[in-house]
Design a protein around this ligand. Structure first.
Ligand code: FES
Ligand SMILES: [Fe+2]
Length: 354
């Protein structure tokens, strides 16, 4: 059985990656999809297979009238997936000459695609409005990487940040991250894992954002998983016993798109919260370092570990690889329960519809 949630919005790409006039191919939860912009900028998404002779539609072109033209024999499809122009013979359009269209929308500077068979509900798009509210200079480069692993292993990694002390060598977290009390809370289909770490040595990245001298701080992190696969980490530091509002930090966006059962595309960015009034050149350097440090941690530290973990699990089998749980696993256990619950709800809906 597939591990994907069918009726859900998935990130297809950062909005800036969908350039006018281009057709971009994405595989999302097993669906091959051709995505492009209409002449007015509105995104459109069609199944990436021409019904004539199965040429991929992403090898075609966007016509001035907004139709997507197959690159092989020139059929044109409109954004609903109906064939609008047949340049051959008398131009007759058989009823079967149509492709599936996917609900697609642009929000939070991302392109989202709905892969479900139930009506698309825009209210289910995870709330990432922190990125809309921030000044452009307070948002890092909108980045992306690929992991050869199931998306749930990446969520496990992010919802249990106890790994940061061991895998990321004191830059993103340290011993205090391990020792911290963890609280797991659930709100609807979202799960938050919070850590409060008073009077601790700041991890390198947070010291860089704050006093830059290594002196003790109160440190917090609250990472929220929003079904099915987006996470938002509110993390920062403040002076010992000072309110959080007097401190500084980041919102880390971690947006996971399952490609297939063994591949995940990971879009990420950091948004500054309450940045200190450093001179412009220092601020710009901090943003650049944030981008570089986070990418290095995800690509050279998380990715090899998660991919290696996936290979071991594939070798021994899911049953043998069932985890022996620790105190830090409350978050991962809870979100997997919510995912199971959503799958059960959607299966019941599908049965009603069928
Ligand atoms: S394969 Fe698309 S028009 Fe022939
Ligand atoms: Fe990590």
């Amino acid at each position: 059985m597939s591990s994907f949630i069918k009726n859900a919005w998935y990130v297809a790409m950062w909005a800036q990656a969908l350039e006018p006039g281009k057709v971009v191919q994405r595989e999302i939860a097993g669906h091959d999809i051709a995505i492009y912009r209409m002449p007015d900028g509105t995104p459109a998404a069609l199944d990436d297979r021409c019904p004539h002779r199965s040429a991929p539609l992403h090898l075609g072109r966007v016509c001035p009238n907004g139709n997507l033209q197959c690159g092989y024999h020139g059929l044109q499809f409109n954004a609903t997936g109906a064939c609008a122009v047949n340049p051959h013979g008398k131009g007759v359009i058989p009823v079967a000459l149509r492709v599936r269209s996917y609900p697609v929308t642009e929000r939070h500077s991302l392109i989202w695609v709905w892969t479900g068979d139930q009506p698309a509900d825009p209210a289910l798009i995870p709330d990432l409005s922190v990125i809309d509210r921030a000044a452009p200079k307070d948002v890092t480069y909108r980045d992306v990487l690929e992991m050869e692993a199931n998306y749930q292993l990446v969520i496990d990694n992010l919802l249990d940040l106890s790994h940061v002390a061991f895998l990321h060598g004191g830059v993103l977290g340290n011993d205090s991250t391990v020792a911290a009390d963890i609280a797991v809370t659930q709100e609807g289909d979202s799960v938050t894992v919070s850590r409060w770490m008073p009077n601790v040595k700041p991890p390198g990245l947070f010291d860089m954002l704050f006093r830059r001298d290594g002196s003790l701080v109160d440190h917090w992190s609250a990472i929220t998983w929003m079904a099915p696969s987006c996470l938002l980490n509110n993390a920062g530091v403040t002076a010992v016993r000072a309110p959080q509002s007097a401190g500084t930090g980041i919102f880390g966006l971690h947006l996971l798109t399952p490609v297939n059962e063994r591949k995940t595309v990971y879009h990420f960015a950091a948004v500054r919260q309450n940045p200190l009034p450093f001179p412009d050149d220092v601020h710009a350097k901090i943003m650049e370092d944030l981008k570089v440090l986070r990418r290095k941690a995800f690509v050279t530290e998380d990715e090899p570990m998660i991919e290696a973990q996936q290979r071991v699990i594939d070798k021994v089998g899911a049953e043998a690889a069932r985890p022996v749980l620790l105190a830090v696993d409350g978050g991962p256990v809870r979100y997997r329960r919510v995912l199971d619950d959503i799958r059960a709800r959607q299966a019941a809906l599908g049965q009603q519809a069928g």
